[in-house]
Design a protein around this ligand. Sequence first.
Ligand code: NAD
Length: 283
Amino acid sequence: MVFGFIGLGNMGAPMAANLAAAGCELIVYDKAGTAERAPEGATQAASVAEVSAAETVFLSLPDGAVVAAVAAEIMASNQRRTTAVIDLSTVGVEAATSLSAELGAVGVNYCDAPVSGGTAGAKAATVAVMFAGPAELFEALAEPLQAIGKPFLVGGQAGQGQAMKLLNNYLSATAMAATSEAIAFGVEQGLDPTLMVEILNASSGQNTATGDKFPNRIIPGKYDAGFTNTLMTKDLELYLAGVQGAGSAKRLSEPLVGLWRDFLAAEPDGDFTRIYPFVKGGE
Ligand code: NAD
């Protein structure tokens, strides 16, 4: 079976490489240049239409608008043999629901399967894959999904993977912002950032920012998580839209989204770990 893969960016390139390394036959495409991004051994397509010759197509694209445009190209292609689109992108609940309806109408099963674990997890094939779709398809795709990371079947309804992913990123963004404020306060008090992080990791304040982002990317001054504040703010906007739509609690999420919007405006497309110098007041 040949798998299609569209979008070979920070996440897509290593995930496609892991599929290829696991022995999956691939046809891949990225509009910014396929040759530079394609994994070894994969067939390089010149268009989305060419990829639509594959029965199952994975997507790793920036947002819902881009996925909708690519999905339209797949639907319009006269080379199309695609019957399943597995969308690894973060697009939000609403976009996933409408993509499922549109593709479903032409006999293509759209499953949202957003991932979490960053570029390091994408390379190490440890990302959580939050798959929403038919259980039979999830089982049939066990091999490629396991080549990408750790697959979870979150439900049968389109958008449920997105809901899971967005609430996860809300927590990740909260940890980054709150830890940045806490460390900035500690620095003001004359505490050493490395020691603070070590103590937090042995204490109840431990979280994903203290466990990974601060020791590995912020304190060494690398700011190289490979996840931009553009994408994180997009995820938070989608989370807030979902929360507003559902009428659930948002007392913390509203001001948090405001903070990330301000950070994005100050440093457009910066690495999301730069929230620390932003919160601290510039560095
Ligand atoms: P990216 O911008 O690095 O990659 C997106 C790729 O899609 C680019 O290479 C771009 O050229 C390509 N592309 C855009 N439009 C296209 C089109 N019309 N046809 C073909 N290719 C097209 O983004 P990323 O960081 O790899 O993120 C991809 C998705 O994964 C996003 O939805 C993001 O929110 C999500 N995500 C990212 C991370 C991370 O740490 N970077 C973690 C989890 C989830």
